[in-house]
Design a protein around this ligand. Sequence first.
Ligand code: CP
Ligand code: NVA
Length: 327
Amino acid sequence: MPRHFLRDDDLSPREQKEVLALGLELADDRFARRPLEGPRTVAIVFDKSSTRTRVSFATGVAELGGSPLVIEAAASQLGRGESIADTTEVLTRMVSAIVWRTFGQERIEEMAAHATVPVVNALTDEFHPCQILADLLTIAQHTGGLADGDAALAGRALAYLGDGANNMAHSYLLGGATAGMDVRIAAPASHRPDPRIVSRAQEIAARTGGRITLTDDPRAAVTGATAVLTDTWVSMGQEGEDGRGQETFAPFQVTEELMELSGGLFLHCLPAYRGKEVTAGVIDGPRSVVWDEAENRLHAQKALLTWLLEHPDESTAPHARPVAQRR
Ligand code: CP
Ligand code: NVA
């Protein structure tokens, strides 16, 4: 079976560290690795809108020596009802990896079950694991890199405020626990994380020395946090749902006062809505590292693709190997 990255806990703590270390290396020397030279093609498929993910994967694949093939699902047969299984069978005959942004997690799991090349989750309703790699890289860059062992991430607090039931909250739980961090989710009772993901994060944290806290008190969550994070109150596909406005989330808006309590960095996966989940003063202010974070999508994903391609498996499709190695 090829290695896939469908959710944050698909990388062990050691593997996550390897990917992040490579990400830091690639941030310093963008063209240091060329695993897609040939060029080998990577399909980057979108069922939902995207700016950063589209640009960072397309640029990243090109910088790794490969050829990015961006596919709008709506303009492909997948969008007209061709099955995931049939689509995957065809793609894996030609490309070296598949990156997919889609709806339910079960869709990307079905693709991975049929794929003979790595499948990477570029956001589902449940998880956004590539974003968390970029966020961890950003925090590490601003806390002294990974040279001091675990100190850049492990034991540090990460406070996420807002919709605790969305893909970002779930990925912070799993990815943060994997990094051994103190993950605090501050959300209204109506929008708490999926208990199954909380249990899984607790299980990982028990091994890595991390900690998981769920609270409805944003002040307690941010106090002393190395990073304060938030996300839109209305994720893609949730437009028009009741109870997603100020009436629910106003106490969880990231304000200058909360940032003072934290004394840490402000991160947002973007796109951001100033005056909703964050004030303009915070996102455009001195503690904000959102542009570094956006750039780090490129470095983190190049590192991830390189890592996945450098850990090939016997069942990797013949076309994905050099001709001399084909049976
Ligand atoms: N953060 C993020 O995934 O942005 P896009 O939706 O623009 O890809
Ligand atoms: N939670 C957001 C993240 C966007 C990158 C969404 O799913 O729309």
